[in-house]
Each structure stands twice: as structure tokens, then as C-alpha cells.
Design a protein around this ligand. Structure first.
Ligand code: NAD
Ligand code: UFG
Length: 337
């Protein structure tokens, strides 16, 4: 299939482009390069041997978007483009709603006007809020989001569900990601947070490579085996493979379908820290700090629906996640330029 990948030079998008090419699809990337680099295209070419067509276009630019659709006959869209920093979304809700909602509406309208009827959307386990107990199942519905970022994911799920109800041709696969980490095993593409990372793995990676002095562990008094927060970490290459499976599903089905993408296993902050120490071969300094506001104790997926509907299950474990994260961070201390 010819697939428009919005946000395709970003972390998850770039890994998905590799898997799409390896599965025989024809990806075209649209990205405004707000949170990624043009250098990713060279890296993708080195990994796959293919120069992926690229449009530097912002989803808020309706004319630019129209041109991309006019010039290509897409069979499907995978929609990654959006802002994703939870804390920033609390400080700048308007910016988040405009980019993640208005930008998405522009995309959905362009799809409709050009007869493109398959979409895979990047949702998040954050739509469950803290309202349900893990393992989280799709049938639980959605909970109370705790920040504007999470609300933009929830709204996009609702919008696509409404669009699919109104259009019998539309297929919308709403993937609820758990915690994507790791990098491509080649060491050529990976996660590149701007400035000081908010998320656990990029932070540990910077401590392990000497760019930051120690990890702050946000709370050791949760009701978990070692008191630190538990999450369902998934290797980004596994997550990328899930998108290829979701595209096949979208080809054979219509309607909106919500699907968890996780491993089904929970690991604590300290377990991840120790796994990373094995990967980098030395101790990683840390300090126990107060809980981070808004965090929940435990969050992991029931991944059975992905297995049943998509035939998808993960293959990589925490060892590979830490190994690949470390390799990418060590080999690209300044990210991808
Ligand atoms: P990322 O920031 O690396 O990639 C997103 C890409 O979208 C970036 O390259 C950015 O430049 C681009 N972009 C942003 N706004 C745009 C716009 N208006 N027009 C065009 N391009 C735009 O993020 P990621 O980690 O790869 O996440 C991809 C998607 O998955 C996001 O929607 C994110 O919310 C969602 N998600 C991520 C996680 C995670 O932990 N990484 C978890 C759940 C869901
Ligand atoms: N943590 C630390 N120290 C840090 C960073 C994180 O101890 O410096 C802890 C957190 O308290 C939490 C765990 O590590 O227990 C994971 O935290 P992350 O920030 O890496 O991930 P979250 O689960 O909080 O959030 C992530 C994404 C959200 C997404 C959510 C659910 O950042 O965008 O998963 O998908 F909504």
C-alpha cells in the first residue's frame, strides 16, 4: 500500500517507516520537523536502501496538505504527528489543542476529500486515566484524562469513531500505546528528546552516557513490589511492527477499533534501571525523590486483543530495549543532525 506517514521522521514514525518498507509498502513522510531532523531520511536510506519521499509540511497548513494528497494516491494514512509533552500541555493547552486537534481535523478532511478511507492513529494508554486496574482492557472504555495532551488523544479517538460511524467505508484503527522505548538495532535511529528528557528511558540513557549526573526516581512508596512505579515498556521496533499489522487489518475491515499495544508485562523503575546497568556495564547513580504529580502506580496492558485481531505479539524483551537505547544514545550523543 502507498501510505502517508505523518510524523514519519519522529521516534515511532521513523521505525515504522523501516518496517513498512520491509513489508513491501510504499511510505511517504509528512513532517514539519518540529521535533525531528531531516537527517533521519539519510539514516532511513542507510538502513533500507530506499530514499523515502518527504514533504516538510505542517498539518495546520491546509494548502500544503492538499498538495501532498493531490500529488499522491494514498491507500492509507498512519497518523503520528502531534505534540506529546505532558507537562508542556498543561502549561500551553491552546497550543496542544490546536496542533493535535485542528491539525488532525485538517488531515481527516483531506483524507475525506481525496477518498482515503484507512487510518491508523497513535493513541495512548493515557486515555484510561488512573481509573482502572491493570491489566488494562479495551472494553474498560476510557477514564478521566489528567492533562490536555491526554485529552487530545481521547478527542481524536472520539472524532475518528464518529467519522467511522458516519462513513461506512472508513476504517480507523486506534492503537493505544503503552511505553515505547529502545531504538533500531542498527543504532541509526532512536529517540531524540529536546533538552532534558521527561521520560524514564531517555533520562536513564543520558545518565548512563555521562550527560546527566543521576536519575531522580519519582517515589518509592507506591503499592508495588519495590515501591517504584510499574509500566509496560515496549520495544519501538515491536510497536512499529504493530502498525504494519494494523494496516493489514484496516484493509479487511471497516469501522473504528481500539487496540492496546503493549507486552502485558510490568517493570518497575528500579528494575529498568538495573536492566540498563547490565546493558551499559556500569552502575547508574540515582536518588529517591518525591512522587511526580499525576503519576499512577501501575499501568500495563492486556495485549490479547492485538493478538486476536492483528495476530500481533511482541518479540523483544527489556534486555534488547535497554541495549538498543544505550547503543543509539552512545553513538549519537547529539542526536541526529
Ligand atoms: P515524536 O515527537 O518523535 O514524533 C512526532 C513527529 O510529529 C515529530 O517528528 C514532529 O516534528 C511531527 N509533528 C508534530 N506536529 C506536527 C504538525 N503539526 N505537522 C507536521 N508534523 C508535526 O513523537 P513519537 O514519540 O514518535 O510519538 C508519535 C505519536 O505517538 C504521537 O502522536 C504521540 O503522542 C504518540 N504516543 C507516543 C508515546 C511515547 O511515549 N513516545 C506514547 C503514546 C502515544
Ligand atoms: N520516572 C522516574 N524518573 C524520571 C522519569 C520517570 O522515576 O526521571 C518514572 C515515572 O514516575 C513512572 C515511570 O518512570 O513511574 C515511567 O515514566 P515516563 O515518564 O517514562 O512514562 P509515563 O508512563 O509517565 O508516561 C508515558 C508517556 C505519556 C503517555 C503514557 C501512557 O510519557 O505520553 O506513557 O502511554 F501518555
Amino acid at each position: 500500500m502507498k501510505v502517508l506517514v505523518t510524523g514519519g521522521t519522529g521516534f515511532i514514525g521513523s521505525h515504522t517507516v523501516v518496517e513498512l518498507l520491509q513489508a513491501g509498502h510504499e511510505p511517504v513522510i509528512l513532517d514539519n520537523l518540529y521535533n525531528s531532523s531531516i537527517g533521519v531520511l539519510d539514516r532511513l536510506e542507510t538502513i533500507t536502501g530506499v530514499r523515502v519521499p518527504f514533504y516538510q509540511v505542517d498539518l495546520l497548513d491546509k494548502e500544503g496538505l492538499k498538495k501532498v494528497f493531490d500529488e499522491n494516491d494514498f491507500d492509507a494514512v498512519i497518523h503520528f504527528a502531534g505534540y506529546k509533552a505532558v507537562g508542556e500541555s498543561v502549561a500551553k493547552p491552546l497550543v496542544y489543542y490546536e496542533n493535535n486537534i485542528t491539525g488532525s481535523l485538517n488531515l481527516y478532511r483531506a483524507m475525506k476529500e481525496h477518498g482515503v478511507s484507512r487510518i491508523v492513529f497513535s493513541s495512548s494508554a493515557t486515555v484510561y486515566g488512573g481509573d482502572f486496574e491493570s491489566p488494562l482492557k479495551e472494553e474498560f472504555g476510557t477514564g478521566t484524562t489528567t492533562n490536555p495532551y491526554g485529552t487530545t488523544k481521547l478527542f481524536n479517538e472520539r472524532i475518528l469513531t464518529d467519522l467511522a460511524a458516519a462513513d461506512q467505508e472508513l476504517s480507523a484503527v486506534l492503537l493505544r500505546y503503552f511505553n515505547p522505548i529502545g531504538a533500531h538495532p542498527s543504532g541509526l535511529i532512536g529517540e531524540m528528546p529536546n533538552g532534558i528528557p521527561n521520560n524514564l528511558l531517555p533520562y536513564i540513557a543520558k545518565v548512563a552516557t555521562g550527560q546527566l549526573p543521576y536519575l531522580s526516581v519519582f517515589g518509592d512508596d507506591y503499592d508495588t513490589p519495590d515501591g517504584t512505579g510499574v509500566r509496560d515498556y515496549i520495544h519501538v521496533v515491536d510497536l512499529a511492527r504493530a502498525h504494519v499489522a494494523a494496516l493489514s487489518y484496516a484493509e479487511g475491515h471497516t469501522g473504528a477499533e481500539v487496540i492496546n499495544i503493549g507486552t502485558g508485562n510490568g517493570y518497575s523503575v528500579l528494575e529498568i534501571l538495573h536492566a540498563y546497568e547490565k546493558a551499559c556495564g556500569h552502575e547508574i547513580p540515582y536518588k529517591i525523590c518525591p512522587r511526580r504529580p499525576g503519576d499512577i502506580a501501575v499501568c500495563y496492558a492486556d495485549p490479547s486483543k492485538a493478538k486476536e485481531l492483528l495476530g500481533f505479539s511482541t518479540v523483544y524483551g527489556v534486555e534488547e530495549m535497554c541495549r538498543d537505547s544505550y547503543r543509539f544514545t552512545k553513538e549519537n550523543p547529539e542526536g541526529i543532525l
